[in-house]
Ligand binder design. Structure first.
Ligand code: UD2
Length: 315
């Protein structure tokens, strides 16, 4: 009895000191009812665990009620970053309005909007416990730089405002809309989303950076999945390390006169090959509107809108 009390005290103490422990200690709220889980019946059309035993989240593999109960009890806070530089500001209204309907509903959410057009940020009514902060950033005449500089700005945001204050963060593309629940099932230490464009391809076909001179290099026989640059997240400490590493590698490459094939997405893929994500989100979590729905996609939760690159990018 004595030992047990001591363990409980230890875990609570650690939770207060280090939010990273929250992810490991899942307490079910009293009186929670949900369908009995089965270990012999479930999705058979998709793989729901990686070779390093991280869950791959698909509709039908989790109980939303149970997960909401567990994480609401922890009173977690979730930050999200979204960049709307130049003409991409046009996507922000739909992004924010649909986030209100589907993104961590019932949780404390703080969305950080980075833009060079703060006066054009739309007014969107936010629910209780949810807020938006607008941060000004310089514009650029190269879209590649806007996309890649996100890692630096995410690193700084975490260092200056989030570390030890917020539990989780997700970094999302603005030219997208939420269509279905994106909630506590997506929480994890390091979280990555499988890109909808390549998930049935052989790894040798993935658009990784293939030049060995780049710090984003992945050899043709290497790589697990091709992950999206447009959505990733996890505990703020983990995302801080990811952003800091990808930023440094991107900048060191630039000093050597090399830019990875898909900018920060290439560096993210290299990072995830070495540092395995502890939770992988299926392409339900970032689909593309121009792609017909595949049979294994039971729900599209978040999807990139169709856009005319020539009309909206600065170069
Ligand atoms: C892919 C990735 C994107 C990024 C890029 C490589 C997905 C769905 N998208 O999309 O995340 O890794 O390849 O660089 O995985 N932005 C602006 N203003 C601009 C240009 C970009 O604000 O003028 C921001 C905006 O938040 C946008 C993001 O950067 O959502 C990515 O740019 P993109 O959507 O043009 O990149 P794309 O479609 O090639």
């Amino acid at each position: 009895m004595k030992i047990r009390r001591c363990l409980v005290f230890f875990s609570l103490y650690r939770c207060d000191e280090n939010p990273a422990v929250y992810d490991l200690h899942l307490v079910s709220p009293d009186g929670m009812t949900y369908s009995q889980p089965s270990i012999v019946n479930g999705r058979t059309d998709v793989v729901s665990v990686t070779p390093w035993l991280a869950p791959v989240v698909w509709e039908g593999t989790f109980s939303a009620t149970l997960l909401d109960g567990i994480y609401q009890r922890q009173n977690i806070s979730v930050a999200a970053t979204v960049f709307a530089v130049g003409k991409y500001i046009m996507f922000l209204k739909d992004f924010l309005e649909t986030a209100e309907q589907h993104f961590f509903v019932g949780f404390r959410v703080h969305i950080y909007v980075f833009t060079d057009r703060p006066n054009e940020v739309p007014e969107v009514k936010m629910g209780a416990g949810r807020e938006v902060t607008v941060q000004s950033v310089p514009s650029s005449n190269r879209w590649q730089e806007i996309s890649a500089r996100r890692m630096e700005l995410i690193q700084k945001l975490i260092e200056e405002r989030l570390i030890n204050k917020v539990n989780y963060i997700f970094c999302l593309d603005v030219d997208s809309k939420f269509h279905g629940r994106w909630g506590a099932e997506s929480l994890g230490g390091l979280v990555s989303v499988i890109h909808p464009g390549y998930y049935k391809d052989d790894r040798s076909k993935f658009p990784y950076e293939r030049r060995p001179t780049s710090r984003a290099f992945v050899a043709p026989a290497d790589g697990d999945f091709y992950y999206c640059g447009g959505a990733f997240g996890g505990l703020v400490q983990e995302v801080h390390l990811l952003a800091k590493t990808c930023r440094k590698n991107f900048e060191d490459d630039a000093k050597d006169g090399i830019e990875a094939a898909w900018q920060e997405e290439s560096h993210l893929n290299r990072y995830m090959w070495i540092n395995k994500p502890s939770k992988v989100l299926s392409p339900e979590y970032l689909w593309q509107d121009f792609k017909p729905k595949e049979p294994e996609i039971k729900i599209i939760r978040f999807s990139g809108v169709i856009k005319n690159y020539a009309a909206i990018r600065p170069n």
